[in-house]
Design a binder for this molecule. Structure first.
Ligand SMILES: [Zn+2]
Length: 166
């Protein structure tokens, strides 16, 4: 591995999600690869899902931080395989919980291609990130962003976001 690739990884390692400042793009599984090609350094990112408004911001952040580090790189957006919340590291899920967002459940593989099933309320109970109670109800399928649903804990009465499995 070349030192430029190492340097690029080290730089991008610091980048966090524009909407969730406690988790990095790498932990979320958005930052896929940094490699050396014949044309120079290439950074591969996979958008969380089409229409996620944060994606343009993420691309800009990647480009800007590499420029600041003096690294000339190309940012490549790879759409296949599609991003899934299963790529999120366990560490990232723990950080989400600490941040007050219930992390996504694993997506059931057999329904992952059926869009309307994915958008339905999860069959598994969503645990409150604040008190851990599973006595929760969904109040809106869309929370602060389209990626999240709004829940309310019936135990501690606190509302919270659930990062929907995708
Ligand atoms: Zn609670």
């Amino acid at each position: 591995m070349s030192s430029t690739v190492d340097k690029a990884w080290a730089t991008l390692e610091q980048l966090t999600d524009p909407e969730i400042p406690v988790v990095t793009l790498r932990e979320l599984g958005i930052l896929r690869d940094v490699r050396e090609t014949a044309e120079g350094i290439e950074v591969v990112i996979t958008p969380t899902y089409s229409g996620c408004p944060a994606m343009g911001q993420i691309e800009d952040d990647v480009r800007a931080s590499l420029e600041r580090a003096g690294i000339a790189a190309r940012v490549v957006t790879r759409l296949a395989p599609a991003w899934t919340t299963d790529w999120m590291s366990d560490e990232a899920k723990e950080k989400l919980r600490e941040y007050g967002i219930a992390p996504p459940h694993h997506t059931p593989k057999d329904v992952s291609v059926v869009k309307f099933v994915r958008r339905a309320a999860p069959a598994e109970p969503v645990a409150c990130p604040l008190c851990g109670s599973t006595h929760t109800v969904v109040t809106s399928q869309f929370g602060s962003t389209a990626c999240k649903a709004l829940y309310k804990c019936l135990h501690c009465q606190e509302p919270f976001d659930y990062f929907k499995p995708y």
